[in-house]
Ligand binder design. Structure first.
Ligand SMILES: NC(=O)c1ccc[n+]([C@@H]2O[C@H](COP(=O)([O-])OP(=O)(O)OC[C@H]3O[C@@H](n4cnc5c(N)ncnc54)[C@H](O)[C@@H]3O)[C@@H](O)[C@H]2O)c1
Length: 358
């Protein structure tokens, strides 16, 4: 089993990565002094597939978990569902060392993490991410939260888990479009921080898409290492963590402008990354090779890369981001593959408009 540590002083934690490692999660949790009663939060799809295995893994180490299901879907990452979970936790007689285990994709992880951060002012959280996006991104870094009807991820906390276990074998049941969407974030890590990893992805796309476990372990381990290093420098997202938003300014705007549900988040990010790389060329930061190689890799993965709508249709949504500062759109721009910088772009839609014909 591979181990990546997120070093955050007293909030440090290990991420264990391997194939067929779910049965080991109970023994991995032993050092954390958890009490014998806790909760497993999942959804019906993931619960049906892996709920029993996860329950047994904890049972073997003397931790009895109550399984609580939330409906499957982004719309259920809400305060209403969080409140329903509090109601169901109340009669269970939990104590301050009772763990909450999040078994699922990013929706379950964010929601269960938010409940863990807030119920009884904080219970130990264990993340068992089951989607690629959750294994490479959302389970790492401590952002937990729920959506408001008007805005995604508007209510939440920074709350680090005590342990993350990523079993790449669980990805075998993930619907292929979800798998591809998760790969957008993986490609992002190569672009923002690690050119050799980007090149490795170019060479190993086929093995990854075939689901070869060695390749998947390398993908998850490298992604977690990169994200951990960034989070370690800026846990609360006050500066350098912003580089993780590469591709997200246009991506979020596109998701919002098309009313969510048209594009998966990873698909919108793929389009946003190509747009950001093209803007980077336009302002003279990088060569044409960068967007060209990025686009080619994303297309081989099966992700969209063209904006598909007129840039001016993003006018209303491009600024609607809680990370906006001084009314300017800040973009993460590429200097080269593996190297980015954050800079304000005064007229990003105009720039995109100029590029849309090419
Ligand atoms: N906290 C963070 O830092 C962070 C970062 C990125 C994204 N997010 C959040 O993550 C969420 C998206 O996560 P997601 O892409 O995992 O979506 P998701 O949780 O909705 O999962 C996608 C679909 O795959 C199913 N699924 C998950 N694992 C499966 C498996 N092993 N086999 C079969 N089906 C499986 C789910 O039931 C769901 O239908 C968004 O809410 C986003 O805001 C959070």
């Amino acid at each position: 089993m591979e181990r990546v540590t997120v070093n955050l002083r007293d909030r440090s934690y290990p991420i264990y990565i391997g194939a067929n490692v779910l049965p080991e999660v109970g023994s991995l949790a032993r050092p954390f002094g958890l009490s014998g009663r806790g909760t497993l939060i999942t959804n019906p799809v993931v619960g049906q597939l892996y709920g029993q295995q996860a329950l047994s893994a904890f049972e073997q180490t003397g931790i009895a978990l109550t399984l609580l299901e939330v409906p499957d879907g982004e719309e259920f990452k809400s305060l209403k569902i969080a409140a329903a979970l509090y109601e169901r936790l109340l009669p269970l007689g939990l104590d301050r060392r009772s763990p909450i285990i999040a078994l699922g994709g990013g929706v379950v992880g964010d929601l269960a993490g938010y409940v863990a951060a807030t119920f009884m002012r904080g219970l130990p959280l264990i993340q068992i991410p089951t989607s690629l996006l959750a294994q490479v991104d959302s389970s790492v870094g401590g952002k937990v939260g729920v959506n408001l009807p008007q805005a995604k991820n508007m209510v939440g906390a920074f709350y680090q888990p005590c342990l993350v276990l990523s079993d790449v074998s669980l990805l075998g049941t993930l619907p292929p479009p979800e798998f591809r969407a998760g790969l957008a974030e993986v490609v992002k890590y190569g672009v923002i921080a690690d050119k050799p990893f980007f090149e490795w992805l170019e060479e190993n796309v086929a093995a990854i898409l075939e689901g070869r476990e060695e390749a998947l372990i390398h993908v998850v381990r490298t992604s977690c290492r990169i994200k951990a290093a960034i989070v370690e420098q800026d846990e609360k997202d006050e500066g350098t963590r912003g580089v993780l938003n590469f591709g997200h300014t246009v991506g979020h705007a596109l998701e919002a402008a098309t009313g969510y549900g048209v594009f998966r988040h990873g698909e919108a990010v793929a389009i946003g990354m190509v747009a950001a790389a093209r803007i980077s060329c336009q302002v003279g930061l990088c060569s044409e090779e960068v967007p060209a190689r990025l686009r080619a890799l994303l297309q081989r993965i099966g992700l969209p890369t063209a904006l598909k709508i007129q840039p001016k249709q993003l006018k209303e949504t491009i600024g609607y981001d809680k990370k906006i500062k001084n009314n300017m759109s800040y973009f993460v721009l590429t200097k080269d593959l593996g190297s980015v910088t954050v800079a304000p772009v005064f007229d990003p839609l105009e720039t995109l408009e100029g590029l849309s014909a090419t």
